[in-house]
Design a binder for this molecule. Sequence first.
Ligand code: FES
Length: 248
Amino acid sequence: MRLKLRIWRQRDANDKGKLVDYDVDVNPHMSFLEMLDELNGALLEKGEEPVAFDHDCREGICGTCNLYINGRPHGPIRTTTCQLHMRHFHEGETIVIEPWRAKSFPIVKDLVVDRSAFDRIVQAGGYISVNTGSARDANEIPIPKPIADEAFNSAACIACGACVAACKNASAMLFVGAQISKFALLPQGKAERKTRAEKMVAQMDAEGFGACSNTGACAAECPVGISMANIARLNREYYGAKLTSTNV
Ligand code: FES
């Protein structure tokens, strides 16, 4: 199938950047990243600079393949970019490919952004002080199945940043809500739940992410289905911590 690609090209963080058009002829069964590999092969053959884009697992697990495709994070279906296939586009279509657009995710080059703000938020949350023992010991702490399932669903977040890219405020509340929820729901995570909520929210604000106005775009675009309940839980955890906080 023949396609026109309109791709954001930006030499480095200081370059102004612009959209550049390319024509490609690809197999509809290729993944989106394989299609970009093909384009890069052709660019290299012509002696041109290949398009920089991030990827790692190509299995929908690592959250690295963050591309804004035709105005939507990860493109037209709810999945990661690496799991998107060209058959979801039609012959002759123009596909606009941009990096995540958020001040807290500065562009490094072309389609690659720096998402280390997420790492710093996770780091701010700190460690679990409870000795959780070996894998076998986990079965000795009875946890009701619905709670375990809820915690597991929150832990499914792959930190791709689609929630931030989809949000008109570039808010990271869905991501932070998932990180806080996966611990707050389980007995092992309860000891530090207050300081964790305070510190993660403080770091989220320091990184410059916007506030949540509950439009739900984040949850609608999340490739792994993290729900808005995580944002509600984040607010409960945070305000509960603040009521008894010793931090000023
Ligand atoms: S490359 Fe890992 S989720 Fe897409």
